[in-house]
Each structure stands twice: as C-alpha cells, then as structure tokens.
Design a protein around this ligand. Sequence first.
Ligand SMILES: Cc1cc2nc3c(=O)[nH]c(=O)nc-3n(C[C@H](O)[C@H](O)[C@H](O)COP(=O)(O)OP(=O)(O)OC[C@H]3O[C@@H](n4cnc5c(N)ncnc54)[C@H](O)[C@@H]3O)c2cc1C
Length: 480
Amino acid sequence: MINRRQFLQSAGWALAASPVVSILGCTQKLAAEYVIIGSGPAGIALADTLAQAGKQVLVLEGGTRQTDTALQSMHDVEAGQWGLPYNLGWATQRVLGGTTNLWQSHSPRPLEEELASQTLRGFGEDWPLTLNTLTPWLASSERWLHVRPAQPQLNPSLPKNPYIDTSTALSELLSGKGYTHLEAGAYGMVSGEGADALRLLDDGEIDRVAALNTVAVRPGTIARRIRMTGERAVGVECADLKGNAFFVEAGTVIVCGGGIQTPRLLWNSGVGNHSDWLGAGFMEHPGMQIYGHRAAPLLPPGVPETHIHVRDMLYDPAHNGLGGTLLHVGLKPGAPNREYTMVEVLFEQAPDRRNRILPGNKKDALGDPIPRIDYRLTELDLATIQRGQQLQHTLAERIGSVDNTSALRTGSHHLLGATRMAANPANGVVDTDLRVWGTDNLYVASSSTFPTGLTVPPTLIVVALAQRLAQHLAMLKAHP
Ligand SMILES: Cc1cc2nc3c(=O)[nH]c(=O)nc-3n(C[C@H](O)[C@H](O)[C@H](O)COP(=O)(O)OP(=O)(O)OC[C@H]3O[C@@H](n4cnc5c(N)ncnc54)[C@H](O)[C@@H]3O)c2cc1C
C-alpha cells in the first residue's frame, strides 16, 4: 500500500509546499446528462450506445493512458477473514479502457440452462432475465467486442471463427465417446491471426467514442462518492490526480467500475445496501487445467490450434443441484506425432452471503476505505469442483494422455455478484433495468450485477447488459 504523498509524487505531480493537499475545496464544476464512472468495456459500450441516441455523456476514468503502479494502488484490497485467493484488486486495471488491455476474449454465449439454473438444474437461482431477452444484445456485444460466436449463423455479419472447421475430427472423436453437447470453435480470440479481440485503448476505440459529438472522456478523474439528495443521485464527488476535489453534476449516474470498485463506491457513498446484499454474493470462477498429448494428431496439417467446449454437465440430471462446468478442450501441434492437449475447466458458483466485499479498515491515498474481501469456496462449490474434476479427468483421458494437472485456482479474474440483480428489492442491489433499488437515477453496469456465476467468462454479457441499459435510458423521459 502506498501513502498519499507517494501516490501524488509518483503520479507525476509534486506536492504543494504543505505535505497535506486540500482535497475538500470545490475548485471546478462540470455537468452532464449522463455521467458514467469507468471507461472499461461496460462504460465505453454504454457511452457509445447513448451517444448514438443523441445523449450527452461524460465518462469519468480514474486511470490515464499509461498503466501506473501508483494509480493501480487505488485498486488495493484488504484480505478478509479467509485471506485472498490472489491479488483480486489488481484483476481490474486502472487505465483508460479498463481491463480490456489484459483480457483474453474467451467469451462464449451463456445457455438457458445457466440463466434458468434453478428451474432447469435445481442449482442456485434463476436470473430475473431470460436468455431470449438478452439474445439481441449478445449479438451486438459480439460485434462490439470482436468476439466470434460458436454458431456463425447467429451472427452472420462477423468473420467465421476458424476453429469451427478445424475441430471436426475432435468433435467426431468426442461424439463417438458419448459427449453430446459440443460447441466447436467456441473461443473468442484467434491467436493464429493475432489477437483480434477488442483492446479499447490500443485499438483506438476510446478515442473513437471520445470524439463523438456528445461524449467527453475525462481521464485521471477519481470518483470518490456519489452524492444523493433523497432518492436522487445529483452528481459525483471527484478528485483529480493532484488531489484537487471537484463536483460533477449529473442527470443520471451509471457506475461501471468493475466487479470490486463498483460495490466499493456504493459503500463509500452510503447507498445500495437497503437489503443487506451490497457486496454480498461475491463470486469468481475457480478453474484448473490438465495438460497432455496425443501420438495420433487430430488437427489437419498446418493448423496452428483449435478449441471446443464440452457442456454436457449442464444437461445431465445426474448433476442436478450442483454448479455447472465449462470444459474447454484445446489442441496444438507439437513435434512430429505429438499433439498437445489441454482441458481447462471453469466451475460455476452460486451466491453465498458470507462471500462479501465490505469497507476495509485501511484507506487509499485519498483517505477513502479500500474494499475488504471475504471470499472462500463454499461446501456447494467444493461439491461442484469435485464432480467437475472427475469429468475433466475423464475427458482428458479420452482425448489423449494426462501428463500434468495444474493446481486448483480459486479465481479467474472474473469478479461477479457483489451488486446483484434481483426482481425484488429484498433480494438484491439493482433491479432488472440495473437501477439501484430505492434510487431514481443511479445505475450499475458490471459483472457485479450477475445473480449467479454462470460457467462462461463474463465480458460478453457485461457489454450486452450495458448496451441494453443504454437503450432503456435513451427511451426514458428526459430529466426535468
Ligand atoms: C488477465 C485477465 C484475463 C481476462 N480474460 C477474460 C476473458 O477471456 N473473457 C472474459 O469474458 N473476461 C476476461 N477477463 C475479465 C474482463 O477483463 C472483465 O470482465 C471486463 O474488463 C469488465 O469490464 P468492466 O468495464 O466492467 O470493468 P473494467 O474493464 O475493469 O473497467 C473498469 C474501469 O473503471 C475504472 N474505475 C474504477 N473505479 C473508479 C473510480 N472510483 N473512479 C474512476 N474510475 C474508476 C477503472 O480504472 C477501469 O478503467 C479477464 C480479466 C483479466 C484480468
């Protein structure tokens, strides 16, 4: 943890003569119809879609164009009673474009078996949204994120995912061994052709959106508190990188700070905990890999790699009551007569109130409480993991050898559930329009709104929800 002085110095600004810089005085005033906090995929997709509807948008981003240790320290977290599974705070980047600079663009679509998990599998709870509601937004999210779907007919405007054709022999092998729910080619990033997934900063997408007539993006702007007047968010109390405080007036505020900073900002603003769910139900994707090889290659000559998902666990009544798995098989050619195999698994989690993001005892460089994270695998998670590992092992044996099994990792940088969506105010933090319950005009777009963990990585759905929210906001009456 660095202190305030180090923060200001390393961010490139000398301290004033006094070591204490006043951050309380209001030195500037800004205003916008829609104020978005965070310029990751959620914030920028939202700004882009709102701008297309002619809305005036200001995006506040705590990071700048460069990653910087001092700025990143604003994402420090405190270990709760069970320790931290990994450096969770640094799973979101404080930089323009957010975490798209790190992400791997593995973002397949979810299935109805995941969203209606209680009805169809006796697991967790149903999302208050159906897959049908999300489907048009998943298609536009794929286009926006450059993620190629497993079923090209669902999105014909996108280039076809080349892994679909190259995985035929693997699909045949697996279907011959009794696997029935296979998604050929289901992987977003096509590494053989270079990473074509969206990097908001490097690809110039931030600059494109910031140049739109009605959009402004303000880097180096740290949102510290949302100011409420009764049930109305009236604006955001901010600090710049010199520590100067200022207020941004807002017609509507949308928090897009990622899965940890979003609940933290709501905590620090004293809003969103009407049901005692704020921060609670935090989930991740535990996962592990098995590496092996085949002596009889399945890949056609010259093909650099292929990928396929095996989703049988979601359909098998024998697993009712347990979380699902996303089993992901990858093949890569090696030396002659040697093909490398990888079977990765992501395990689905259900929310547990004990897994929670709370205000910590330590403070950041501006004096605001950093998040404290209580997170551990529950009894249900351990049962899911045990069953999923058996399936993973059997699958690895069926496609080749089992040479090396990684340790179980308790997370995959997928920060889920801490401002959960619910159809009823007693069960969550935001409603199905992503409005914080009990407020008029405060919204959240983030994987923190997911009520259950699903088996798929979150970003495709995060952007789909952000675009859907933008359309909803654009259709609401203008603010008085
Ligand atoms: C190594 C790695 C690999 C990943 N791979 C995948 C993958 O293959 N597939 C997948 O689906 N997902 C993946 N993810 C997750 C993915 O990156 C996130 O789901 C996605 O970036 C979330 O988007 P977001 O806009 O909600 O948050 P972010 O991208 O984290 O953006 C949040 C932004 O808000 C800003 N911010 C936060 N608090 C404040 C504040 N108080 N004031 C001002 N600004 C603030 C931050 O600086 C940041 O720019 C990966 C993540 C990591 C770290």
